[in-house]
Design a protein around this ligand. Structure first.
Ligand code: AMP
Length: 328
């Protein structure tokens, strides 16, 4: 029987899809459950939550760190995307990830590559798909390659990138992969901003203005908790807050079905509000799952007393943050 690979991430750094495949095959041949956590690195506590979840549920965990060029449009931040590899590997070792997959671009897209993965329809034509042409196809291609090379039992994705998650769920199902896609809740910083590797670009002033996003989501979530179900009025609550930040240009605010990303008129529990906006130095996205996610807490956020009462009575409490991730 093959020996299972060692469990110290510092010792297992895989550099090519072939190495990844062989590592994973050894794990599976030993009867071990393999978990995959795809990332672009510059790891933060959002990524950490995925790794911890995978660690808790799988015998072996591999985390990929790959700044995937095919999901960046010309003019986006591919060149300056942060790449603190040593720090990332140290974090993965501390979280007891078993392996890191850190391929160079040529290993993922060797010369002569012709195959890409492309979804069609409203899920990929709207919102992020419309704002960043080609982005979701790039994500679909790299995620498919990672799933094919690893053949994991489970793969972990954050609800922060809710549309990406919906795309990945479709890929996993449509291509009969058998991989369980595990969705993990969005993690926020202490000031309410959704954690993102790109937050490092924000100046202090931009960061203060960016808080309009979680603040807007919080206002809408409080309205929802108080009984508002009209999607247009909920979106308007978010937009009102965004308008208070002149440096923030909204790309979209929408209330959508979490699986199809069709816009809804009535915001039932489980629907998502999704927001994207551009600051001079960065584009930000955020989301909340209505009736499920905690209301984002933004220090100094103005909140009417009756709203506060409704929030403590009706909105989900802190326990929601530790709710089990949903699995498809
Ligand atoms: P990225 O490195 O930005 O491509 O993200 C890798 C994975 O981490 C994706 O599945 C993201 O959705 C997830 N992720 C990123 N930020 C967060 C966050 N703040 N909370 C939860 N998951 C996140």
């Amino acid at each position: 029987m093959p020996q299972p690979p060692p469990t110290d991430a510092a010792q297992v750094v895989l550099r090519s899809p072939d190495e990844l495949r062989r590592w994973s095959e050894r794990c599976r041949a030993a009867g071990l459950v393999v978990g995959l956590v795809p990332t672009m690195g510059a790891l933060h506590d959002g990524h950490r939550s995925l790794v911890r979840r995978a660690r808790a549920e799988c015998d072996r965990v591999v985390v990929s760190i790959f700044v995937n060029p095919t999901q960046f449009a010309p003019g986006e931040d591919l060149g300056r995307y942060p790449r603190p590899l040593e720090r990332d590997l140290a974090m993965l070792a501390a979280e007891r990830a078993d392996a890191a997959f850190v391929p160079p671009v040529e290993a993922m897209y060797p010369e002569g590559t012709l195959t890409t993965v492309r979804l069609t329809g409203p899920l990929v034509d709207s919102l992020e798909g419309a704002a960043r042409p080609g982005h979701l196809d790039g994500v679909a291609t790299v995620v498919t390659k990672l799933l094919v090379a690893t053949r994991p039992d489970r793969a972990y994705f954050g609800e922060k990138d809710a549309q990406q998650l919906a795309v990945v769920r479709r890929i996993a199902a449509d291509l009969d992969t058998g991989v369980r896609i595990v969705a993990c809740p969005l993690v926020r910083d202490a000031d309410g901003l959704a954690l993102s590797s790109r937050n490092a670009y924000l100046t202090p002033d931009e960061r203060a203005q960016a808080l309009a996003i979680p603040s807007g989501l919080a206002a809408a979530a409080r309205a929802w908790a108080a009984g508002e179900r009209d999607a247009g009025r909920l979106a308007a609550r978010v937009r009102e807050r965004l308008e208070r930040s002149p440096g923030l240009v909204p790309d979209y605010v929408a209330v959508v079905d979490a699986d199809t990303f069709h816009e809804v008129a009535d915001a039932a529990r489980g629907c998502r509000i999704v927001v994207a906006g551009r600051m001079p130095s960065v584009r930000l996205i955020d989301t909340i799952c209505l009736g499920v996610d905690a209301v984002p807490a933004v220090p100094g956020d103005s909140e009417a007393p009756n709203e506060a009462a409704e929030r403590s009575n009706q909105a989900p409490g802190a326990a929601e943050w530790s709710r089990p991730c949903s699995v498809s």
